[in-house]
Design a protein around this ligand. Structure first.
Ligand SMILES: *Cc1c(COP(=O)(O)O)cnc(C)c1O
Length: 366
């Protein structure tokens, strides 16, 4: 079986260094809020090109804490609206709801599957306070257009960078393309920990300080609580794992690009639609997503030929039970995308033999 993702293989590749880093933490006797997290924050901020990075417990918390901090700083209040794409992983939307803010869904572009910047303005009301673009599958959104709209209406721009570590838009990286950005280091992401992890990046000092406190019980100083905060911290072991893997992230992305380019150049089957790439630098290929009308049939055919694929995502947010209030609304582009997408295996250590085999099997599909 060709696996969709070989996490064990990926981490085994860094085994010696990961064990060294782990040993360093064990022997330090310091497991939360120590040197590893501090150093990772510095290194990750530098990688993204931002002034600040704050380690948090996971990607969902990163987004929750950004919005929460804006509320504490008086930028947003209960009932305000945040614009978000209608096709995204549910976490982007949950972060808005959890803050008693209202998610306003905007349909994606039918080719890139990214939020359609031409449809944002019509959804802006007097309550709109932010746009939350998601760099879905690893390709950055049209950030020049989105930032222009945000400037015109005085909105914050919060990137969901959970799938786009290292991706560029023009000369800046994901994480440095708006006012603040949330990252996930879930094990399967392009930069993955060996457990849960996340980070916020920003150039806004006041926001960075508020997030740092909010993720630590609302406290900068032990037993003094500025806010009614939560506990959301990146632990020392995960920070140490991430410091090892961050060094190889660009290499990982380069290998993913090679596989993606091979797919793009060699998959030839007019039954399916290949991904639309605006620019090579903009895409880090967290997922290689093809489209086909009879998706489930192709998925079964590939499985019968020992190729594992996944669907990102089978049910659109507006059809989820969690958002019953939207179940009757219509987002036809999102609906169709969710019915037709299929993600092919793609990760740095995928062998060229497997990549060629996948292409051949797909090309023989009738
Ligand atoms: C993975 C992901 C998240 C959530 O990250 P976790 O670390 O799993 O909480 C948020 N948004 C998107 C687009 C994601 O893919």
């Amino acid at each position: 079986m060709i696996p969709f993702l070989d996490l064990k293989g990926i981490n085994t590749h860094y085994r010696t260094e990961l064990i060294e880093a782990c040993t360093r933490v064990i022997d330090s006797g310091w497991y939360i809020q120590g040197n590893e997290c501090k150093e990772f924050e510095k290194e990750f901020a530098q990688y993204c090109g931002t002034k600040y990075a704050i380690g948090v417990a996971n990607g969902l918390d990163a987004l929750i804490l950004i919005l929460r901090a804006y509320k504490e700083l008086g930028v947003m209040k209960d009932g305000d609206e945040v614009i978000v794409p209608s096709n995204t992983y549910i976490a982007s939307i949950l972060a808005i709801s959890q803050n008693n803010l209202v998610p306003v869904l905007v349909e994606p572009d039918n080719n890139t599957y990214l939020i359609d910047s031409t449809k944002i303005e019509e959804k802006i009301t007097s309550k709109t306070k932010a746009i939350l673009p998601v760099h879905l599958y690893g390709q950055t959104c049209e950030m020049d257009k989105i930032n222009e709209i945000a400037k015109k209406y005085n909105l914050k721009v919060i990137e969901d960078s959970a799938q786009s570590h290292g991706a560029y838009f023009k000369d800046k990286r994901s994480g440095n393309l708006g006012d603040a950005s949330g990252f996930s280091f879930y094990p399967g992401k392009n930069l993955g920990a060996l457990g849960d992890g996340g980070a916020v990046t920003t150039n806004d000092e006041e926001l960075a300080n508020a997030i740092k406190a909010l993720g630590n019980y609302g406290s900068h100083k032990k037993y003094e609580n500025l806010y009614k905060g939560i506990n959301s911290r990146l632990d020392e072991i995960q920070a140490a794992m991430l410091r090892v893997k961050l060094k190889y992230l660009d290499n990982e992305v380069e290998k993913r690009r090679e596989i993606a380019n091979y797919y793009l150049q060699n998959i030839k089957n007019d039954k399916l639609i290949l991904p639309t790439v605006r620019e090579q630098n903009n895409h880090v290929w967290h997922l290689f997503v093809i489209r086909i009308t009879k998706r489930d049939k192709l998925q079964k055919y590939l499985l019968d030929n020992s190729i594992q694929t996944l669907i990102h995502y089978p049910i659109p947010p507006h059809k989820q039970n969690a958002y019953k209030e939207w179940n009757k609304e219509s987002y036809p582009i999102s609906g169709q995308i969710h019915n037709e997408v299929l993600s092919l295996p793609i990760f740095g250590i995928q062998s060229i033999g497997n990549t060629k085999n996948i292409v051949q099997v797909i090309n023989e599909y009738r």
